[in-house]
Design a protein around this ligand. Structure first.
Ligand SMILES: *[C@@H]1O[C@H](CO)[C@@H](O)[C@H](O)[C@H]1NC(C)=O
Ligand SMILES: *[C@@H]1O[C@H](CO)[C@@H](O)[C@H](O)[C@H]1NC(C)=O
Length: 479
């Protein structure tokens, strides 16, 4: 209570002081940047003035198929036109923007540029605002507004050569996603913005003028990978900020990122931002936060379908209740997102490392008598078979006639299903197990293959599973 009173007083007095101290910085035809609301708010207690483009040493590195490598990168200047560079007005243009503590020579930007150029004949421009992106986080946050304005200026100039604004696409990570928002806001109308885990601290819950939002481009797609609350040092926003928001693996923590420092510590909003600065200074790696660009880059030339399913929440999705594409329609995370007309929040699973594919199945089994134990399944398709998949991690009790519904993922494309192997292992608990027979009889068994949007039913009726003796079931029609 004491703390609350203190916070209220602090906010009130800080607000009171700052009202009279609102400042602004003006940078020629980029205009003026004021610290007044909505940029100062409860979500952004320390609102600093941005630094100029010159102080931030903002640079634009052009890569095309003619000059794909770092050694052949060409610099474009605002006010300098395209000169003798390889920029071509007849190609679409993608602009890549890094976030907090990164710079334009980070390997992931070059990897993404290379993948994009392999896929499409493009102009790819990497924005370097490394001198503005360093600690403290509060200053980097302020600087993003100027970087966005400067990119808008570049795009305006380039669009006189071509292509049209509709063929410009900004892909921004972390603070770079909000930079893309500031750029898009100044252009009528930018084609696309892809936000890769847009930064949360100082942006989540703020006014649309402060953060990335759907009005910033004709199409805004967002990949959320590190949306844990900021008090657990989650770096990305969880709230929807695009036309289409993808939440791979629930959007909060990514598989294989268990050693992530994010999520390990508990903080207040106040100490969290300072802690982020400390960790950034130590060069700590934000595994879940960075997974967003890893997945996006993989999607460009991927073998994975990256099909994403509409759902109202991560928990509904995790329960396997959102694998249908009828109704809202499904989408595809990453490079192909723009091809889909469905809008809203979409979920999918990925593996922890490349290849990131996961194929999603909902499995329903109904028994004719009660069971207490575990069930394992092997899925066999025309292209291969799955590993032995446990449907439950420990013994479960299910009553007769009740649908046991499980959600499983298979990391390889096994093709259309042909048959399955099923094993029932009765509980070994002698206190409860005596009440159940060694045999478990089936009534029905069906599997939805989500990627195929196809329902398979198996010859289960009347089949008996003796504990620890796997049986094979074929498709109905072949019984
Ligand atoms: C996406 O759409 C573009 C044109 O609208 C088309 O060229 C491309 O093949 C489509 N990609 C996929 C994966 O459907
Ligand atoms: C599994 O059962 C649920 C609940 O009845 C149903 O909504 C779903 O479509 C079923 N899925 C399959 C694969 O049969």
């Amino acid at each position: 209570m004491k703390a609350l009173v203190f916070l209220l007083l602090f906010n009130w007095s800080a607000g009171f002081l700052l009202d009279s101290l609102d400042q602004q910085a003006c940078f020629g035809d980029l205009g003026c940047f004021s610290t007044a609301p909505p940029f100062r708010s409860v979500e952004r207690p320390i609102d600093l003035l941005p630094k100029s483009p010159a102080e931030q040493q903002i640079k634009f590195y052009l890569h095309t198929r003619e000059n794909p490598s770092v050694s052949s990168e060409e610099q474009l200047q605002v006010g300098g036109g395209v000169g003798s560079s390889h920029y071509s007005g007849s190609r679409k243009t993608k602009i890549l923007v890094h976030g907090f503590t990164h710079n334009g020579h980070r390997q992931w930007l070059l990897n993404l540029a290379t993948s994009l150029l392999k896929k499409e004949d493009l102009n790819v421009i990497i924005v370097d605002w490394g001198h503005g992106a360093g600690i403290p986080y509060t200053q980097a946050t302020a600087n993003t507004r100027v970087v966005g304005a400067y990119i808008a200026k570049l795009i305006q100039e380039l669009s006189t050569v071509g292509p049209s604004l509709a063929d410009f696409h900004i892909i921004g990570h972390s603070l770079g996603a909000h930079i893309a928002g500031y750029a898009g806001e100044r252009l009528k109308t930018l084609g696309q913005i892809t936000g890769l885990d847009p930064a949360d601290p100082y942006f989540q819950g703020t006014d649309v003028r402060v953060r990335l939002d759907p009005s910033d481009a004709a199409f805004v797609d967002v990949i959320h990978t590190d949306g844990s609350s900021i008090v657990q040092l989650g770096f990305g926003v969880m709230q929807q900020v695009g036309h289409v928001d993808f939440y791979p693996n629930g959007g909060a923590n990514q598989p294989g990122c268990d050693s992530d420092f994010f999520g390990k510590l508990s903080h207040t909003v106040w100490t969290a931002v300072t802690q982020l600065d400390t960790l950034a200074a130590e060069g700590a790696v934000a595994c879940s936060h960075e997974r967003s660009y890893v997945l996006y880059t993989d999607s460009v030339n991927s073998q994975c379908p990256y099909t994403a399913y509409p759902c109202t929440s991560a928990s509904e999705y995790a329960a396997g209740r959102c694998l249908s594409c009828t109704g809202t329609g499904c989408s595809e995370m990453g490079y192909n997102a723009k091809n889909y007309s469905a809008r809203g929040s979409f979920y999918l699973d990925t593996a922890s490392a490349s290849p990131f594919c996961e194929f999603h199945y909902q499995i329903n089994i109904t028994g004719r008598n009660n069971m207490d134990g575990t069930i394992n399944i092997v899925l066999q398709g025309t292209k291969g078979r799955s590993a032995n998949i446990p449907l439950m991690t420990s013994s479960e009790v299910h009553t007769k006639g009740h649908i046991i519904s499980k959600f499983v993922k298979v990391p390889t494309d096994i093709g259309p299903l042909t048959n399955i192997a099923l094993e029932y292992d009765k509980t070994t608990n002698i206190l409860t197990g005596w009440a159940y027979p060694n045999d478990w009889q089936l009534v029905g068994m069906s599997i939805l293959s989500a990627e195929e949007q196809k329902m398979y039913t198996f010859c289960a009726y009347g089949k008996t599973l003796t504990s620890h003796k796997p049986i094979a079931l074929g498709l109905t029609g072949t019984c």
